[in-house]
Design a protein around this ligand. Sequence first.
Ligand SMILES: C[S@@+](CC[C@H](N)C(=O)[O-])C[C@H]1O[C@@H](n2cnc3c(N)ncnc32)[C@H](O)[C@@H]1O
Length: 312
Amino acid sequence: MAPTLAQEISRVKVYTNGRAAAYAACPEWVARPTGRESGPVDLNVDAPRSGLSGPPGDPSRDWDWEDPEALAARMAEFSAELAECGSIEVAAENLPHTAADFAALGLDGIEFAAFRTRHPRGLGSDITAMHHGNSRTEFGRVYRIDGSALFTMLDVARPLPFADAAVDWVYAEHLIEHIPLPVAVGWLREVRRVLRPGGVLRLTTPDLARYIAGYADPAGGFFARHRRRLRLMRVGPPMPERPAFMLNQIFYHYGHRWIYDEAELRHVLGEAGFAADRMRRCSFQQGARTDLAELDTVFRNDETIYLEATAD
Ligand SMILES: C[S@@+](CC[C@H](N)C(=O)[O-])C[C@H]1O[C@@H](n2cnc3c(N)ncnc32)[C@H](O)[C@@H]1O
């Protein structure tokens, strides 16, 4: 059963209070854990828009929404923190190659951009190394993280080290916007190759159309709700209200490289060889496979487009 927004927020609170929860959100969403955030979230949108003067340990400190480059450095720190775990064991010295190799590890699919996939048969993966004390994950091995989820390091800019038709499914939430357009096409081509015929790819990413509609809406409904959601998730100090800021941040913050609408996603999937009649627009937690759709994170659903493609 997929978690509700309230459950996701409470998981972030567990994470921020005890750093014990297996929460794999990106740094763009979750502020640095300080252990002091158990009180109610201040939703006061008139609060200062940068945390430059906050007390040491304040998750908003040194967080300046108006300075994308400084914020990028801050986000890199968060990424390293999110990749910290309680234990790392080598589960396999070599990567699975064929479908049989995946099955031998109890796997049948890959979740990209996930330190800890919640799919019981998924191989979580990210370009960032997970770490615990002096132990760090390396490319080329499979690790068991915190005694449960399997993880390996993969760079989607490189060919995938798996055989053709090796997996039943691929899931990637809010990854494609972080890589340049040609890298996205190459990665999707590789995804199509490693999916078995009939295998399903589910992609989620911020929806350019929602941002454009939000900018054009004089009432500012989407932008106001999105800013409120960021406050609920304790993401930095309140985001500036200016419509132009809200539009620019989705392009220039978080290491984003390309923002998609439905047509642009269909275009890159087509360039990668997926057939147009085997792509479908889906909605939050709805899709051809319930187990994949339920990987969708509720706190991303206000801004997200969901698309699936089936391999031939
Ligand atoms: C916005 S986070 C998404 C995390 C998670 N899926 C979520 O939705 O909360 C983007 C992730 O993409 C990963 N990433 C960026 N470039 C990558 C690459 N070339 N190969 C693999 N992962 C990459 C980053 O390390 C980061 O963990």
